[in-house]
Design a protein around this ligand. Structure first.
Ligand code: AMP
Ligand code: MN
Length: 338
């Protein structure tokens, strides 16, 4: 039973109601999410896939990149096809977690009947149907509403993926986008058989020894600015190779400096070939790193955002750090005390 306070509004004119109606009418679906998938993109897609199975629909999942290793044992992972281009022969494409279609990194989706489900600020509403809810802590919360609206029972597989989406996208219940609804959905997932201790261990405590070495190297080279309020991390392929790691091992590393009380924000520079730099940012409380990401053409959420730029670090780093120091000053003014 969903309690009344958190019962999603599923009127015929609501976005979720319109999506439900189209999903019920159509038969063959392709699901996708953003490139370099995270727990929310994996969880949202697979929860949706299992729900569509339950309705007797045909489902294909296509992603541009493979998910990090610690997600590989979750149910249904073997169903995800990795491709940069598809020629879909389906009745609808459900795009989750993508503020614009290009974020999927999968070519060939243009011109399809697109159902856009996303919680990132600045979604471009590129679908035939658009459901954009910035108040959702994870896209998985929205997928949960849709699955409920479709009257599909919460199987253990579906509950596992919804919980995975929420656990990871809230930064294991650290981010400021958590609401009573978040816990209500998690409660229902646990009632359906999800074991929170096992989920936390599988997602957060499954490092390789190489990754532990990488953590050491990364933190050893950490630079502190703004009297210790801003931590700056750098990584390149040489560092990964030296620790016997790949790009997939970098997930979660950015959160480590935030465990220091003084540190309010972290910026992580991952240098790639041809002067391409991936910039990831995380913050505490009201320090808004999304605004900084927006200024550089990226996006995300208040406490977790990112972008990719081309340029030299000598040029980029001071500009980005200057903006972050300003965001920290602004955020600290409105810091909650309880
Ligand atoms: P990351 O630092 O890559 O884990 O990303 C943190 C958050 O920022 C996620 O919600 C991403 O979807 C978002 N994000 C990262 N890069 C971009 C980008 N280039 N454009 C829009 N959103 C982004
Ligand atoms: Mn998300």
């Amino acid at each position: 039973m969903i309690n009344e306070q958190t019962q999603p509004a599923v009127g015929p004119d609501s976005a979720v109601g319109r999506i439900r109606d189209e999903v019920l009418r159509r038969r063959r679906f392709l699901l996708t999410s953003h490139a370099r998938p995270d727990g929310d993109s994996i969880g949202s897609q697979l929860a949706m896939a299992f729900a569509l199975d339950a309705l007797g629909k045909q489902v294909r999942i296509v992603n541009a990149d493979a998910a990090p290793d610690h997600y590989q044992d979750f149910p249904g992972m073997d169903r995800i096809e990795i491709a940069e281009r598809v020629t879909p022969d389906v009745d609808a494409v459900i795009v989750m977690e993508c503020s614009d279609l290009g974020r999927s990194g999968v070519q060939g989706l243009e011109g399809q009947f697109l159902i856009n489900i996303d919680h990132h600020a600045g979604n471009r509403l590129y679908g035939a149907l658009n459901w954009h809810d910035e108040s959702a802590a994870a896209c998985g919360e929205m997928v949960f509403d849709l699955i409920r609206a479709l009257d599909v029972p919460l199987s253990l597989e579906i509950a596992t993926h919804i919980y995975l989406a929420i656990l990871t996208d809230t930064g294991s219940f650290h981010h400021s986008n958590i609401t009573p609804r978040t816990f209500d959905i998690c409660r229902q997932a646990v009632e359906a058989g999800v074991n929170p201790a096992i989920m936390a261990r599988r997602v957060f405590d499954s490092n390789s020894f190489g990754k532990l070495k990488l953590i050491g190297a990364l933190l050893d080279s950490m630079v502190l600015l703004d009297e210790g309020r801003l931590a700056v991390l750098h990584m390149d392929d040489g560092m990964l190779e030296a620790c016997n790691c790949t790009n997939n091992d970098t997930e979660g590393l950015i959160n480590l400096p935030l465990t220091a009380r003084e540190i309010q924000a972290v910026v992580f520079f991952k240098m790639g070939p041809d002067d391409v730099v991936r910039v990831s940012m995380r913050s505490k409380y009201d320090v808004d790193v999304r605004r900084v990401a927006n200024e550089f053409g990226g996006g995300g959420h208040k406490n977790a955002a990112g972008f990719t730029v081309t340029g030299t670090l000598a040029d980029l780093e001071p500009k980005i750090c200057e903006r972050l120091v300003a965001a920290i000053a602004e955020g600290l003014e409105s810091r909650p005390t309880a």
